[in-house]
Design a protein around this ligand. Structure first.
Ligand code: FAD
Length: 321
């Protein structure tokens, strides 16, 4: 019941100001966000990779409102990739990006007829132009980028950008969400194309016209989609903390005849770390989605929405400060 309310709050500026200023917030945010700067996150990447796990790094941010912010997003990822290169961490760390942080949702013409991005007819083209150098730089250090899935209105654009990037960088990944009615068809297309695909349950507030609302129905859809990916030509990335889905994933991989390096598991930084270590110790490729940066509000609120106990913990830490 609380989840949809928190997800609605994740898009409210008033709530953003309240939550950001509340005493006690930082303590809870730190559980999910690995610092504010590249220098904060690097020791965490070293720790995770030192334990035999991989990472995917997310500079938090979404729904930017100016063209300058979209350039800043691109530059933040380029700075990160530069640091990974210096430290020789490229092969263990990939990047995850949200295209709405790269300008995808800006109105057209992006920046106005004479604005700084007048060369781009719309936000879609701007996001593509901003993300391409990031994908290119990632490829230059032996790694890749995965395009996160945001709300359903953004997905046609995300898949088109994914397809475009794959022409030059076939390792570019994307995310599909089990709760959407469209996803089984997307999974079939991506699996036949040999794509890297992360499957997740879905973290946004979506209407019943486009998405399943019942948790057990979403789990059943997740299993059907995992099967499509495991039986296909691509590289499945199982993004979940759900122990039942993880063991079904292992079984589907075994039945599809996949070796341990032909799929992977992914979990979020700060959630079920022992299970992350356990899967890695069993020989699985286990990647930790590690988010950092200052614009953490939307990401943080989605983590609260996923587990009501997080909200109680958060409320207690505010009240006791
Ligand atoms: P759940 O049934 O929600 O959780 C299973 C168990 O995991 C819970 O019982 C609990 O013990 C633990 N758990 C789960 N979430 C939390 C939490 N927040 N705090 C504490 N414990 C928790 N969604 C998108 O819409 N787009 C994306 O691009 C996207 N990328 C993701 C990348 C990764 C690597 C992962 C793991 C998730 C991503 N998500 C994304 C979020 C996803 O859609 C789900 O909202 C989230 O993973 C919770 O679903 P679950 O499969 O873990 O199952």
């Amino acid at each position: 019941m609380l989840g949809p309310v928190i997800l609605a709050a994740s898009r409210s500026d008033k709530m953003r100001r309240f939550v950001s200023a509340a005493p006690g917030t930082k303590q809870v945010v730190d559980r999910f966000i690995a610092g504010e700067t590249v220098e904060d996150v690097i020791p965490i990447v070293q720790d995770i990779t030192g334990r035999g796990l991989e990472v995917t790094l997310d500079v938090v941010g979404e729904d930017i409102t100016t063209v300058e912010q979209s350039y800043a997003a691109r530059d933040a990822y380029l700075e990160l990739i530069g640091r990974l290169k210096e430290l020789g961490l490229g092969e263990r760390a990939e990047m995850s990006v949200k295209l709405s942080m790269f300008g995808q949702s800006l109105p057209s013409p992006a920046g106005g007829p004479s604005g700084p991005a007048a060369a781009f007819p719309n936000g879609h083209e701007l996001a593509l132009a901003n993300v391409r150098p990031v994908v290119e730089a990632a490829a230059g250090i032996g790694t890749t980028v995965t395009l996160d899935a945001e709300d359903h209105t953004t997905l046609d654009s995300m898949f088109a950008i994914h397809q475009e990037l794959r022409k030059d960088f076939p390792q570019t990944g994307c995310v599909i969400q089990a709760y959407l009615f469209r996803t089984e068809e997307d999974a079939r297309r991506l699996a036949a194309d040999g794509s890297r695909v992360r499957i997740v349950k879905g973290a946004y507030k979506e209407p019943a016209s486009v998405a399943l609302q019942d948790k057990s129905e979403i789990d059943k859809a997740y299993v059907r989609i995992m099967k499509i990916l495991m039986d296909g030509e691509g590289y499945p990335m199982i993004g979940s903390h759900d122990p039942r889905l993880i063991s079904i994933g292992q079984e589907l991989a075994r039945r599809a005849g996949r070796k341990l390096d032909e799929y992977e598991f992914q979990m979020l930084y700060g959630i079920r770390s022992e299970e992350q270590n356990r899967l890695a110790a069993e020989g699985h490729r286990m990647r930790v989605y590690t988010a950092y940066g200052t614009d953490w509000y939307g990401y943080f609120m989605r983590r609260l929405a996923e587990k009501p106990a997080n909200l109680l913990f958060f409320a207690r830490s505010i009240l006791t400060k």
